[in-house]
Design a protein around this ligand. Sequence first.
Ligand SMILES: Cc1cc2nc3c(=O)[nH]c(=O)nc-3n(C[C@H](O)[C@H](O)[C@H](O)COP(=O)(O)O)c2cc1C
Length: 205
Amino acid sequence: MTDADLLTTTRAFRRRLDLTRPVDRQDLSDCLEIAVHAPSGTNRQPWRFVVVIDPELKERIAEYYRKGFAAYLAARTPRPDQRADLASGRYLAERLHEVPALILVCSVGRPPDQPSALRLASFYGSIYPAVWNLMLALRTRGLGSTMTTAHLAYEREVADLLGIPFDEVTQVAMLPVAHLTPGPMPPAPARTPAADLTGWDGWIR
Ligand SMILES: Cc1cc2nc3c(=O)[nH]c(=O)nc-3n(C[C@H](O)[C@H](O)[C@H](O)COP(=O)(O)O)c2cc1C
């Protein structure tokens, strides 16, 4: 797989997740070791990970996720081009508890209470590169995931469930991880060409 293949075919994998095949703990550990090579502000490495494989815990998290996802859906009218993505989102929500592993990515600290562009960029920008590193590392091992956040509507409840110290640590994303079922891996569709979104020596004309 070339770099371009890896980067253009690492999708939001939902229907392609094999819910019947366990994932290897060592594979997950290896991928997490790659994730921690991501950049972070002043190299503070704020990431913490909680890997959930226990069926009862997954069931409880999935319940919170489904409630969060339902509220998200209720609050929006999707554009026609978003309908397939939301249908696949619903598919995942209904089966989240069956996904072999859920990786919660957390960041030490709470989001800034007096947000500024700089503080927000530093807080969230110091954690999402690790999330993406992790997704790419998983993909190189035939494992798929989706960046998800719907459970964050119940962040405190999930923190209590897993013993995450809510006042000191923020959950930022959850990756449901499974082997990918066999089949072609086309690039992600529906991307506006970068050429249309880029200005050179000034804003886009
Ligand atoms: C910050 C963020 C939050 C997301 N939250 C969810 C989520 O809660 N549930 C979900 O199914 N997908 C979620 N997604 C996945 C997006 O829907 C997906 O990345 C996007 O539609 C592109 O999909 P594609 O790469 O397969 O084209 C999230 C993505 C991002 C970047």
